[in-house]
Ligand binder design. Structure first.
Ligand SMILES: Cc1ncc(C[n+]2csc(CCOP(=O)(O)OP(=O)(O)O)c2C)c(N)n1
Ligand code: SF4
Length: 346
C-alpha cells in the first residue's frame, strides 16, 4: 500500500501520521474503530487531495468521534444528520473531498431518511458506515442491524425486530458503489477504501466493526481463525465465486445461488462476479444475508456493485442561484464547518 503522496497539490509529501491529530483517542481499548481510523489515515496520503480540501462529517455515536482524530477539516454534527450536512456541503462546494462517518444507529435509525436520499442523489462522496450491530455510545441498546433475538439493555427478552441489511438498503437506494469490509482485515479494508474514493459518485462501505464492550464477537464467524475461511467470500470482478480455500464455490441454479463442493465442479461452472450487474448484486446481497428461513450466513466482502451512475451535478447550477439568494445563510453554514475543523497547518 502506497502511503506517500507524490503530489497533493502543494508539493508536500504526506504520510499517514500527518492525518492524525494530537487529540486523545477516546474509544475503549480493543474497539474495532481503531483499525478503521488507521486504515483511513493510511490511504489518505495516496488520494492526491490537499488536506484543506478534505472534510470528515459524522453524526453522533462512538464512531462519530472520528473527525476529532483526523487532521483535516471536519464536523461532529447531529445524531442522524450527517447525510443532510454532507449533501448540503457537497452541493455548495463540489470540489471538497467529503467523507461521511456514521454508525448503524446513526444512519439506519434516526438518519435513515438522509442516507437513502444521499445515495439516490449520487453525490460524489464517500460514506463509511461502522456496523457494530448495537448502539455503542448510549451503552448497548439494540440497533436496526441487531439480529432478531439479540439480548440488549433495551431488549432484555431478545429483540423481536427484523434487522436491516445495509447492503440491500444501499442497492435499493440506487447506490452506485456498494461494498462491505471488516475491521480485522486491514489490507482488504484499505483496498476497498481506495476503490471507494476512486469511484465517481456516492460510495457506500459497510464495515463490520467489533464493539468489544457491548456486543463482543458479533462477527466472530468472520474473524475467528478456524471459521473465517469457511464463512467469508471475497468477490472479485471477473472471477468465479470460490471460498474456503477454493474448496467451495457458488453456482447459479436458475436465479438461485447454490453452494457446491468443488470436488464435483470446476471454476468454469461457477458464477462469475460482474461488479456492474445490479441484478446479480441484489441476488448476492439478499441470498447470503442471514435469515431464519435460510439459516446460512456466508458473508460477502468486496464490492457488490460499482456502476457508473451520473454523479449529482445539477446542484452546481442551483448552487449559484442559491448563493445569490441566500448569501448570508451559506456563509453562516460554511463557517460552522470551517471553524469546527482541526487542521493543524504545518
Ligand atoms: C436526537 C438524538 N437522539 C438520540 C441520541 C442518543 N444517541 C447518541 S448516540 C446514539 C446511537 C449511536 O449508535 P451507532 O450509530 O450505532 O454508533 P456507535 O456508538 O455504535 O458507534 C444515540 C441513540 C442523540 N444524541 N440525539
Ligand atoms: S462502546 Fe463499543 S463502539 Fe464504543 S468505543 Fe467502546 S468498544 Fe468501541
Amino acid at each position: 500500500m502506497q502511503t506517500k503522496n507524490k503530489s497533493n497539490g502543494h508539493g508536500e509529501n504526506l504520510v499517514a501520521k500527518d492525518f492524525a491529530t494530537d487529540q486523545d483517542v477516546r474509544w475503549c481499548p480493543g474497539c474495532g474503530d481503531y483499525s478503521i481510523l488507521k486504515q483511513i489515515q493510511t490511504i489518505l496520503p495516496s488520494i492526491n487531495v490537499p488536506r484543506e480540501n478534505i472534510v470528515f462529517i459524522s453524526g453522533i455515536g462512538c464512531s462519530s468521534r472520528f473527525p476529532y482524530y483526523m487532521n483535516t477539516y471536519g464536523m461532529h454534527s447531529i445524531h442522524g444528520r450527517a447525510g443532510a450536512i454532507v449533501s448540503g456541503l457537497k452541493s455548495v462546494n463540489p470540489d471538497l473531498d467529503i467523507w461521511m462517518i456514521t454508525g448503524d444507529g446513526d444512519s439506519l435509525s434516526i438518519g435513515g431518511n438522509h442516507l437513502i436520499h444521499l445515495l439516490r442523489r449520487n453525490f460524489n462522496v464517500n460514506i463509511v458506515l461502522f456496523n457494530n450491530q448495537i448502539y455503542g455510545l448510549t451503552k448497548g441498546q439494540y440497533s436496526p442491524t441487531s439480529p432478531k433475538g439479540q439480548v440488549s439493555k433495551s431488549t432484555p427478552f431478545g429483540s423481536v425486530d427484523r434487522p436491516f441489511n445495509p447492503i440491500t438498503l444501499a442497492l435499493g437506494s440506487e447506490g452506485t458503489f456498494v461494498a462491505r469490509a471488516i475491521d480485522r482485515n486491514p489490507i482488504h479494508l484499505r483496498e476497498i477504501l481506495s476503490a471507494a474514493h476512486d469511484h465517481n459518485g456516492a460510495s457506500f462501505i459497510e464495515i463490520y466493526q467489533n464493539c468489544n464492550v457491548f456486543n463482543d464477537g458479533a462477527f466472530e464467524e468472520f474473524t475467528d481463525k478456524s471459521l473465517k475461511d469457511k464463512n467469508t467470500l471475497y468477490l472479485e470482478n471477473g472471477r468465479p465465486l470460490l471460498f474456503d480455500n477454493e474448496s467451495k464455490g457458488i453456482v447459479l441454479d436458475g436465479f438461485k445461488p447454490v453452494i457446491v463442493d468443488m470436488d464435483s465442479y470446476s471454476p468454469d461452472d461457477c458464477w462469475i462476479h460482474d461488479d456492474e450487474d445490479k441484478i446479480k448484486a441484489s441476488i448476492l446481497a439478499e441470498f447470503f444475508d442471514y435469515t431464519e428461513e435460510r439459516g446460512n450466513y456466508l458473508v460477502l466482502l468486496e464490492y457488490f456493485i460499482k456502476i457508473r451512475g451520473i454523479p449529482m451535478s445539477r446542484y452546481s447550477r442551483i448552487r449559484s442561484t442559491f448563493i445569490n439568494l441566500k448569501e448570508k445563510l451559506i456563509w453562516i453554514h460554511c463557517s460552522v464547518v470551517i471553524t469546527s475543523g482541526k487542521l493543524n497547518k504545518a
